[in-house]
Each structure stands twice: as C-alpha cells, then as structure tokens.
Design a protein around this ligand. Sequence first.
Ligand code: SAH
Length: 347
Amino acid sequence: MHHVAIDAWLREDDPARLAELWAAADAARREEVGDAVHLRGLIECSNHCRRSCGYCGLRAGNRRLARYRLDDATIRACAREAQALGYGTVVLQAGEDPAFDRDRVADLVRAIKDDTGLAVTLSLGERDEDELVAWRVAGADRYLLRFETADPALYARIHPPAPGREAVDRQDLLRRLHGMGYEVGSGIMLGIPGQEIDDLARSIALFAELRLHMVGVGPYIPHPDTPLAAAPPGPVRGDVRTTCTVIALTRLTCPGVNIPATSALATIDPAGGREAALRSGGNVIMPNVTPARWRAAYAIYPDKACIGESARQCHGCMKARLRRIGRSVGRGPGAAPAYHRSREVRA
Ligand code: SAH
C-alpha cells in the first residue's frame, strides 16, 4: 500500500469507511494465513531490568515493584504446561536481566526443546551478538524486539542506554537477527506521548523494509511509576480503533506476517479488544502461562488483563472467545508465511 494512502487511512475517522478497511484486511488475513489462530504460551521469566525505559513499569528505578526471577525448573514446567494445553510455541519474555546470561538461556532453550519440541521465541531485550548467536545455535526459533516508534528523537528520549553502554540501534539489531536466521518480530506502541501520526505511517513502511515476520501493535498504557506517565497524551490515540486500523494496514502492506492481538489491547478493552484485532488482520494470541503468583509482578503497565487466571483458565477463555467469532485454534508451530518465503529465497 502506498505511503500517501496509508497516511490518509490513519487520518480517516468515518466509522463506515474504517469498517471497510478492517474487512479488507480480514479478507487478506483469511487468504494468507486462514482461520486458525495460533496460541503462544507466554512465560514471563523475570521482571528484573537494567534499563530505564520511560514507559515501562519494570524500569530499574521503580522501587515499588517486587522483583522476581523464575528458576529453570519452573520455566521448564511452564513450557510443559503450554504443551499440555496444545500450544505450538512458548515465548520467554523478561526485562533485560543479566542473570539470564548467554549460557543459562542457551541451556534453557535446549532443555525446553528436549522436553517439548515446541517452537521457542525469545524476548529478552537488546542483547549482545554472541548471546543471540548462541541462542539461535541452541535452537531458539524466533526473537521479538519492538522498535516501539519510528521517530529517532522520540525513541532516544524514552530509551536511555543501559548503564555504561552505548545506545543500540534496534533497527540494525533486527536486521542482524534476520541474518542469524531467526523468525523476527517487532512492532510499536500506539499513543506514546509526542508520537505523531506520521510516525505510524513510517512504522508500517519499516515493517516491510525490515522484512519482519511478526508485527505486534498495542496501545501505550501509562504506568504511574514511570516518568512518561506525567506527559500529556497526543496526538496519536492509543485506542482500539487506531490499533485495529494500524493492524489492518500492516496486514495489507505485509500480508504474510503473523500479527498478535496483544494483551495491552485486551487490557484497555477486556470484552472485545482481542476480537476486534482478530477481525481486522490479527491471527495470533499469546495466553499467559506464567504461574499465577508471579503474574501481577510483571507489571509493564498497570491492571494487566488476566492476571488472576491460571494457564488452564486462560486457555478455556481463549478457546471460547475464538469459537464465538468463528475461528479455530491453530496447530503446530505456526511460523509466518513470510518466514517460509524468506527461507526459500535464501536456499
Ligand atoms: N525487555 C523486553 C520485553 C519488554 S515487554 C524488551 O525490551 O523487548 C514487551 C513490550 O511491552 C515492549 O516492547 C513494549 O512495547 C510493551 N510495553 C512496555 N511498557 C508498556 C506500557 N506502559 N504500555 C503498553 N505497552 C508497554
């Protein structure tokens, strides 16, 4: 889709016209990836973080957060639980926690692969080349790292570098992950204070330029214990409508990618957020399989959806929701068509 058309859609506010856009993206989604929705079991391994991102409740300076770190046996048990629930993938996510070092994560990936054979996605922040290579060699399939905003000045304002380190160029890191053979996911938050509409258009263009395989788009939710919470909102709205529009434009621009209905969207609209995303281009959900006692502490933003539920309860709820909108549960690892295509080109 052309940049000018994208920009016009991002400024459109006629509900009937937007509904047409979402329907076109829904049709493209069906054509490319079918009606199956892949469920990824999310394991929130640690809320320790060395970084000070302006928006995130896990930021190092947040003294009000009780910190936890799951041990390897617990993480492996979570992965087995995901497998028992029929999921094809586990996602290991955490703050940038140096305790999850190169060898520990490599061993963990190998153990999960041995135990379950599931696809493994890592989302452990900006990590060194040797770590990322070692994890890929150990069998990690995918890496998730959002670039958050396409605006370099806004990006720099809300992402101070790790202590004692230079700033990392996330877009460059995403290109290197691609080169290592990872299935690469990225994405943005919508409604970061100071984010302009053009940032969204530029981000959608970047999803294509970076040849991403997965694109996550979710509303920014202010966390009271972060500096960004004091900033006035605008001009982009982090609401369900804007999120669905960006998801739809992403599906139409990059048809073969996987697009999750994010937990942040479910948080701002528990009754219908996920469904709205799945009907405007989305095809993935990431149900939480973190043991209930630690869920509330992974507070990247406040009042996260589903923090009181067990993995099994989340699973039942997701299946019922999918049935109600005429979608089925995906089987197998559920790699994106865009990933299969990029492998064919390479071979
Ligand atoms: N440390 C990892 C994982 C971060 S949590 C990393 O940096 O990649 C995953 C995503 O949650 C982030 O990429 C960000 O887009 C989102 N997130 C963090 N704080 C948020 C907030 N206040 N509102 C909405 N989304 C948020």
